[in-house]
Design a protein. Structure first.
Length: 267
């Protein structure tokens, strides 16, 4: 009796968990290596679009057409569809089946939640870091701050934000990898708000650098309470500055409550 094609496939399937992946690839007509390569490409496209949204190249409200963006980035529409799905899950775009995708407008509630969480986690992290800060850490952090101060953010935004990220990463380095990933994720999510604060209140640069210097000094002196107070006020000032510009009627309960819990109590 002639065996069916599916039975033949079943006999050729290797034992173990890898056989399920190969069987799925046979059924979909896609080789495992091809599927993995497609996933990597989709993640790369997602990262490029994400950076364009966060750095303001694709401002809030921008219409995103899959075909147009695929041509612009030199990829097919398949990885672009997956990238759009990931951006929607992150809340960076709105993409409904019957409507064009758009970059999401700044959401005051989201901003408040992100900065409330950042204040809580980063005050914990800098408090722990202050207890084990070394001379080498001071030198690295000082170098990052000097690079920030020596750059014109409007002319070299990527370099400035890289130095800024390094500065805060050193200040929060004492926590474990899980908390570090959470802090990094929140920091990335809030980058668009930092850029909005820079645009909306350019005169606040001096105060921001003074706060960075105060945080470095608190860590240098191994003063956990002062480090927590400085970073809480520093983060809250960014959130409140953006909110005052885009949604002055919104009451940032999360940000203000986090300030109270951080031992400050005032914005």
């Amino acid at each position: 009796m002639t065996r069916s094609r599916s039975e033949s496939r079943e006999e050729r399937r290797p034992a173990g968990g890898g056989g399920e992946v190969q069987a799925e690839s046979v059924q979909s007509g896609e080789a495992p290596a091809t599927a993995a390569g497609g996933r990597r490409l989709a993640l790369d496209v997602h990262g490029r679009l994400r950076a364009m949204i966060l750095n303001g190249e694709l401002p809030p409200g921008s219409v995103l057409l899959q075909a147009e963006m695929a041509r612009k980035l030199g990829v097919s529409r398949t990885p672009m569809r997956e990238a759009f799905r990931l951006l929607q899950e992150e809340g960076l775009i709105d993409a409904r089946p019957d409507q064009r995708a758009r970059v999401r407008s700044v959401d005051p509630e989201d901003l408040d939640a992100v900065y409330g969480a950042r204040i809580m986690l980063e005050t914990l992290a800098v408090s722990m870091t202050a207890k084990a800060f070394t001379a080498e850490d001071i030198e690295r952090m000082s170098d990052a701050l000097k690079r920030m101060q020596g750059l014109v953010v409007d002319d070299q935004p990527d370099e400035w934000h890289a130095a800024h990220h390094e500065f805060h990463s050193i200040a929060t380095q004492a926590v474990g990898p899980h908390l570090q990933r959470m802090i990094a994720s929140l920091g990335e999510h809030s980058e668009r708000y930092i850029r909005l604060a820079q645009l909306g209140a350019p005169a606040s640069w001096g105060k921001a650098y003074a706060e960075h210097e105060a945080l470095l000094e608190a860590l240098r002196l191994s003063d956990p309470a002062e480090a927590a107070r400085v970073v809480a006020r520093h983060l809250a000032r960014t959130a409140l500055s953006v909110l005052a510009d885009i949604a002055p009627e919104y009451e940032p309960a999360a940000t203000r409550t986090a300030l109270v819990l951080a031992g400050n109590g005032q914005s």
